[in-house]
Design a protein around this ligand. Structure first.
Ligand SMILES: C[S@@+](CC[C@H](N)C(=O)[O-])C[C@H]1O[C@@H](n2cnc3c(N)ncnc32)[C@H](O)[C@@H]1O
Length: 268
């Protein structure tokens, strides 16, 4: 059973490596509370990739507990999951026992140059990789003309309650970064001679307050905290949100930020 890493001093921001590993300790909570992705996201991937997901050979990297893996498979894709974390991988095996799963990171994909995947996906996971390695690795295992798709569910922070929540969490959580993602993908991919395309897909998830709090608690910024510290912040959130959503259903608003870039068709 993976151990939850305790942060001894709550004033010190957790290291990036500690956050990348933190999900293993909250894998079941992650699987039960994190949002999925709307059908329009997969429509947009198909459009940009120039092919249907049905029958496509897909690598889902940083697959976690398999939230995106299951949705890709439901569209008819033949998905192989790649996940470095022991706890997350165990949860994926339990939830999706028929899915091939490889324990690895996106920085060193254990597939040959001839793997020729149609699509390599990163759902909420690209920012944990080292792009100097993960970009060439993705291009290497794709077939020429194949697509690399990265996406993140970014909570909309314009709504009043979400602005207030951000301010509260920024006061309480060391290094709180408002779901900031990694390098600007446009600059990153153009540096590699690639031509990315972008799409934002808005959607709303109405969820019970308990699910919303469990979702917050499954983020790496909570998962690295001592449990007593995390529980105290979440209980304060519960009280604040009940003022806004007295019926106990939170309207989570998301924009999925999607980037798709193709391996040049003529490349070998
Ligand atoms: C926020 S979770 C995303 C899980 C899943 N894709 C989803 O949509 O919910 C990030 C995942 O990336 C994994 N991860 C951490 N470092 C990684 C790396 N260098 N390459 C690939 N995945 C990594 C973590 O173990 C974790 O399971």
């Amino acid at each position: 059973m993976p151990q939850r890493p305790h942060q001894e001093r709550s004033s010190r921001p957790p290291t990036r490596a500690a956050r990348a590993r933190s999900f293993d300790a909250v894998a079941a909570q992650y699987a039960a509370s994190r949002p999925g992705y709307p059908p329009e996201l997969f429509d947009a991937i198909e459009e940009r990739a120039g092919r249907s997901l049905k029958g496509a050979r897909v690598l889902d990297v940083g697959a976690g507990t398999g939230i995106a893996t299951a949705l890709l498979a439901a569209r008819g894709a033949q998905v192989t999951a790649v996940e470095p974390g022991a706890g997350m991988a165990a949860q994926l095996r339990a939830d999706l026992p028929a899915t091939p799963l490889v324990r690895a990171t996106g920085d060193a994909l254990p597939f040959s140059d001839a793997a020729a995947f149609d699509l390599v996906c990163y759902a909420q996971a690209w920012h944990w990789t080292n792009p100097a390695r993960s970009v060439p690795e993705a291009m290497r295992v794709l077939r020429p003309g194949g697509a690399l798709a990265l996406w993140w569910n970014i909570p909309h922070r314009e709504t009043g309650w979400a602005v207030d929540q951000d301010a509260r969490l920024a006061r309480r959580l060391p290094g709180y970064d408002r779901h900031r993602v990694t390098d600007d993908p446009d600059t990153l991919f153009r540096r590699h001679g690639l031509r990315p395309a972008f799409r934002a897909v808005d959607w709303i998830r109405p969820v019970p307050l308990d699910t919303h709090l469990a979702m917050l608690g499954s983020h790496s910024q909570f998962a690295v905290l001592a449990p007593v510290t995390a529980a105290s912040v979440l209980e304060d959130e519960r009280a604040a949100l009940l003022d806004v959503f007295p019926g106990g259903i939170v309207q989570e608003e998301y924009g999925v930020d999607l980037t798709v870039t193709l391996r040049p068709a003529g490349s070998s």
